[in-house]
Design a protein around this ligand. Structure first.
Ligand code: ARG
Length: 474
């Protein structure tokens, strides 16, 4: 909890005030433990700006309905703006006995402007208030995340563009499989993260709907103009059903699902960066400023940043599971369970944002060790499929070609040579002469990648086209 500088006169909110605002029907004060147990202000105070924004829009609506006169609207607006300032300058005294961000702000408003402050909550409940606040918060968070994702996509394209001809082994089962280009490999990550960005902006549509007006659960008798409140707050529309508006948190669950998937993609990529920056692969060099040393081993340069992104994926996946479980047994409409939605959601947002920031800094500074990539591609008989395809071109059925090449690979293994170092006779095997001199072009690494010259293939021309298209799309 933030320690406030404000003296008590400045903010007279106290447990007594909570009693005054909420406990009219009770005959005893809240148990001290229960008070702390049910409070959320320590984490939901993060929603103060959205809470004030929502209250201002609500007050304007009450003014249009004639519930607040112009003077009262001015008093409330002024009071809320002062509260925002107090919070932002650290002068606001947050009170746990006031339970949550909403009651803290409301009781401060009453303390500042008197009875007019008591009118603000007309036609509103904390149920539609908190749902509005979270949606406003998440929408703005999504906009920042979309920006970071776009930056990362640009960084990937920029790096891929430098490596449309850089040959490396493509892997299956982490075994060298076929030659590819590093640019092509990077563009695979581009595609995954592009889909993540699409999912995020699609999720935004369902986040950006207004709950206010639903009040506690059934609506209010004041006939609020919900559409104009929605427009004032930048929502694309209203939540159509008041019960649904206050109770469901599917938009937060959906966000966490999108975040978890994005983290999962980034984690896979980071796993590669960890492997590739090891001495065993030596495919890439990560910038020193993104690595850390060991407290005991002076030679170490550890890829902590990609390791942490990989590790933080676990907590975001966990938040998705928390929110699903939070929701699964709730009868309509609002239940206090929903107060537990905030910490997982906030942490999912923060974690995703931090990991995107880290990758945006890291990716442009990845140095490819082109020679090591090339040598590794030479090692693994990665053009064996090209040899089989060559035989198919000479009318050998693919299964027979597969068998012939398998035997050639065996001879190469025995002699400790790459395929292209075998003589024509060794490549053909006893009694065969189908393979002729033109095979050596086919067995070359650059010939192999250039041959995969179709949409989605690894040929440099195709990778360049994919990059060009990506630039247009972004
Ligand atoms: N702090 C609560 C939450 O986060 C606000 C809504 C409380 N509503 C209520 N009826 N207790 O969900």
């Amino acid at each position: 909890m933030t320690k406030s500088n404000a003296d008590d006169n400045n903010n007279p909110a106290s447990a007594e005030d909570t009693g005054a605002l909420l406990r009219g029907r009770f005959s005893e004060a809240t148990d001290a433990f229960v008070e702390a147990f049910t409070a959320s202000v320590n984490f939901d105070k993060r929603l103060y700006a959205q809470d004030i924004q929502g209250s201002l829009a609500h007050a304007h609506m009450l003014n249009k309905l004639g519930i607040l006169n112009d003077h009262e609207l001015k008093q409330i607006s002024g009071g809320l703006q002062q509260i925002r300032q107090e919070i932002e300058t650290g002068k606001f005294s947050w009170q746990v006995p006031l339970e949550d961000v909403h009651m803290n702000i409301e009781s401060r408003l009453i303390a500042l402007i008197g009875d007019t402050g008591k009118k603000l909550h007309t036609g509103r409940s904390r149920n539609d208030q908190v749902a509005t606040d979270i949606r406003l918060y998440l929408r703005d968070a999504i906009d920042r995340l979309l920006q970071a994702e776009t930056e990362l996509l640009h960084a990937i394209i920029d790096l891929a563009e430098q490596h449309t001809q850089t040959i490396m082994p493509g892997f299956t089962h982490l075994q060298a499989a076929q030659p590819i280009t590093f640019g092509h490999h990077l563009m695979a990550w581009y595609e995954m993260l592009l889909r993540d960005r699409e999912r995020l902006s699609d999720c935004r549509k369902r986040v950006n709907k207004l709950p206010l007006g639903a009040a506690a659960l059934a609506g209010t008798p004041y006939k609020p103009d919900r559409a104009s409140v929605a427009a004032a707050l930048g929502f694309d529309g209203i939540c159509n059903n008041s019960l649904d508006a206050v109770s469901d948190r599917d938009f937060a669950i959906e966000f966490c699902a999108v975040a978890a998937l994005t983290m999962t993609h980034m984690s896979r990529w980071c796993e590669e960066l960890v492997l590739w920056s090891s001495q065993q692969f030596n495919f890439v060099e990560l910038p020193d400023r993104f690595c850390t040393g060991s407290s005991i081993m002076p030679q170490k340069k550890n890829p902590d940043v990609p390791e942490l992104i990989r590790g933080k994926t676990g907590r975001v996946n966990g938040h998705l599971m928390s929110l699903l479980t939070l929701m699964k047994s709730q009868p309509l409409a609002y239940n206090k369970d929903n107060q537990e939605d905030k910490e997982p959601l906030f942490d999912a947002v923060d974690t995703l944002q931090d990991c995107l920031t880290a990758l945006c800094g890291l990716v442009p500074n990845i140095q490819a060790n082109e020679d090591a990539m090339y040598q590794a591609t030479l090692q693994g008989f990665t053009t064996a499929t090209d040899l089989a395809d060559y035989l198919v071109g000479k009318n050998v059925p693919f299964r027979d070609a597969h068998e012939m090449v398998g035997q050639a690979v065996q001879r190469a293994v025995e002699q400790g040579k790459p395929l292209e170092a075998l003589s024509l006779q060794e490549l053909n095997g006893p009694g065969n002469n189908i393979i002729s001199e033109d095979v050596y072009q086919v067995l070359s690494l650059s010939g192999s990648v250039a041959a995969r010259d179709h949409a989605g293939g690894t040929a440099p021309a195709q990778v360049r086209a994919a990059i060009e298209q990506a630039r247009l799309n972004l």
